[in-house]
Ligand binder design. Structure first.
Ligand code: NAP
Ligand code: G4F
Length: 323
């Protein structure tokens, strides 16, 4: 018998990488998609797996749709990746962000509790929950949360609901507290992909400048393909728990820019970058750096792609796409 998994957020960045991993492990994969007049399967197409996923209709803001899906599929594992995940947009759409990222999680956990209580649940928690919080310059499972955006606040609610369902009802629920992870199918609004796409356009003469906000912010950037392995490992462990997942090193946006231009063979990057206040945030998270010792020790998880390899992979993919 094949194992069954339901992935919400299947059309985003992480959904396709996770689906590919599960298909390689011979799972039957269901993907939750919300109604769109023009749905976009391009990320699944990029990995060549669109035809191997079974799509089910539902929306995180519509409780009855989640109940129907749980009733019909009764998956052994649920990976809740759906979110309004763009931090920069969360001030303008704080209510929507809360409804999808926080209340939607409550709906999904309730549906699991009522209809499929043996289902194992993964919650896509985030380093944004730490915000200003750190422990001697890094963040681990014991670091206090101090979120800085409506997105971060919504994810703190979802984190604690996930813990609470584990403690109250003994459900198998886990939080993966993932630091930034990127790939050639990262959404174009996020800074890494905005840079790799912008650099490729400048290289090909399609664009003259790249407009960015705060270049001083530091992030612990890894490769999405490595991080979905940690999600899967959490649900295979004998005990449900919460884990920090990151590389343990961080770099500034400026360093990412420099490396991306250099990967395209352009050394004088300052000629092309314009600082635009529109891309600065009302409250910034200045510095994120994971201490993923628990994931190394308990899950035996290790990232493979280096920072340099990630930047190169993204710039090359955008050059190829545009050519
Ligand atoms: P993403 O590319 O933005 O994908 C999010 C997905 O959620 C999209 O497929 C989107 O559907 C779906 N979605 C949004 N609203 C929905 C709704 N109301 N009902 C159902 N689906 C909805 O995000 P990602 O980078 O893959 O990240 C996956 C998850 O990990 C997110 O929860 C994110 O917050 C979290 N996370 C990400 C990172 C990171 O660095 N990538 C780090 C930590 C945590 P459409 O395609 O229809 O828009
Ligand atoms: O790429 P970003 O938009 O990612 P951010 O805000 O760190 O959030 C991402 O990672 C989180 C995990 O820590 C996820 F939970 C979340 O869903 C998302 O995937 O911005 C990174 C940094 C920020 O400090 C931002 O201020 O880059 C800075 N930045 C500078 N110029 C910019 C820009 N960010 C964007 N998006 N666009 C700019 O022009």
């Amino acid at each position: 018998m094949k194992k069954t998994a339901l992935i919400t957020g299947i059309l985003g960045q992480d959904g396709p990488y996770l689906a590919r991993l599960l298909l390689e492990k011979d799972y039957k994969v269901y993907g939750l998609v919300r109604r769109y007049s023009n749905p976009n399967f391009s990320n699944l197409d990029f990995l060549g797996i669109t035809d191997r996923v079974e799509f089910v209709d539902g929306d995180m803001t519509d409780e009855s749709s989640l109940i129907n899906v749980l009733k019909n599929v009764r998956p052994e594992e649920v990976y809740n990746l759906a979110a309004q995940s763009f931090v920069g947009g969360s001030w303008d759409q704080a209510k929507l962000t809360t409804e999808v990222n926080a209340v939607g999680v409550l709906y999904l956990l309730n549906a699991i509790k009522s209809l499929s209580p043996l289902t194992k649940y993964y919650q896509a928690s985030t380093s944004e929950m730490f915000g200003l919080g750190n422990t001697n310059g890094y963040q681990d499972e014991a670091t206090p949360f101090h979120p800085r955006s409506p997105y971060g606040v919504s994810k703190v609610y979802a984190y604690w609901m996930t813990v609470n369902f584990r403690e109250s009802y003994r459900l198998f629920t886990c939080n993966g507290i993932l630091f930034n992870h990127e790939s050639p199918i990262r959404g174009i609004q996020f800074v890494t992909r905005k840079i790799s796409d912008g650099v490729a356009r400048i290289k090909l003469g399609l664009k003259k400048e790249l407009r960015l906000g705060n270049l001083d912010a530091k992030r612990d950037w890894g490769f999405a393909g490595d991080y979905v392995k940690a999600m899967h490992l959490m649900l295979q462990h004998d005990q449900p728990d919460d884990y920090v997942v990151g590389t343990g090193e961080n770099h500034s946006v400026r360093e990412f820019v420099e490396k991306a231009f250099s990967a395209a063979g352009i050394s004088d990057w300052k000629k092309y970058v314009v600082i635009d206040p529109r891309y600065k945030r009302p409250a910034e998270v200045p510095d994120l750096k994971a201490k993923p010792d628990k994931a190394h020790r308990v899950l035996k998880w290790q990232p493979e792609a280096s920072f340099d390899a990630l930047v190169k992979m993204m710039v090359e993919a955008d050059l190829q796409r545009l050519q």
